[in-house]
Design a protein around this ligand. Structure first.
Ligand SMILES: C[S@@+](CC[C@H](N)C(=O)[O-])C[C@H]1O[C@@H](n2cnc3c(N)ncnc32)[C@H](O)[C@@H]1O
Length: 173
């Protein structure tokens, strides 16, 4: 999970690539003001909430965005789940977003060997998509892997802030 490090000035870009409208910025500012206001009404001293700056809030939202999973509950056969790769499922199917400690550690691969699934409840389970060698890193796919090389690179860079080092991308596929 990306939880440490100094937030970069481009956090805001990673937060909502391409779609960051002035309304959304306004909404974030309102949420931040609400949060600060809530703290200021408690007996917590200013010194203890000195960390609570707008930049801190934005960096937290950015980290949540990078690490969060869109939960799509799937009932039915285990085998059917293979067809429901993360980003290919319609947004309407999502029941919420969540950050999980362990699943947040999985790196992305455009040819993943594992997939996070939700069956009946919000407990995240990992399903192998093929035989996995001992010691092989488990990697999931953050996006729709059926897109072409350039489209995947762009989404991963703009949306998740990294240049993909998976074998498929390194081979220009
Ligand atoms: C959800 S975290 C995954 C865990 C992260 N590697 C860690 O150690 O905390 C996502 C971050 O991992 C890195 N990452 C994941 N998949 C990657 C990939 N295929 N190529 C390069 N960096 C990747 C990027 O820095 C990305 O922002």
């Amino acid at each position: 999970m990306v939880i440490s490090g100094v937030s970069k000035s481009d956090s805001l870009d990673i937060l909502q690539p391409a779609n960051l409208t002035s309304d959304m910025i306004l909404e974030m500012e309102e949420e931040f003001a609400l949060l600060r206001n809530a703290f200021s009404k408690t007996s917590i001293t200013d010194e203890h909430i000195a960390f609570l700056t707008k930049q801190w809030y934005i960096s937290v939202l950015a980290r949540i965005r990078i690490n969060a999973f869109r939960i799509e509950l799937v009932g039915g056969l285990y085998e059917d789940l293979l067809s429901s790769l993360v980003a290919s499922v319609e947004a309407e199917a999502a029941v919420g977003n969540a950050v999980y400690i362990l699943p947040s550690l999985y790196n992305h691969d455009c040819d993943p060997n594992a997939h996070i699934i939700w069956i009946d409840n919000a407990d995240a389970k990992i399903k192998a998509l093929r035989d996995i060698d001992e010691g092989e890193e488990l990697r999931i796919c953050y996006i729709d892997a059926s897109m072409d090389h350039n489209a995947r690179q762009e989404i991963l860079l703009q949306g998740f802030g990294f240049q993909c080092n998976c074998s498929r991308c390194l081979h220009g596929d």
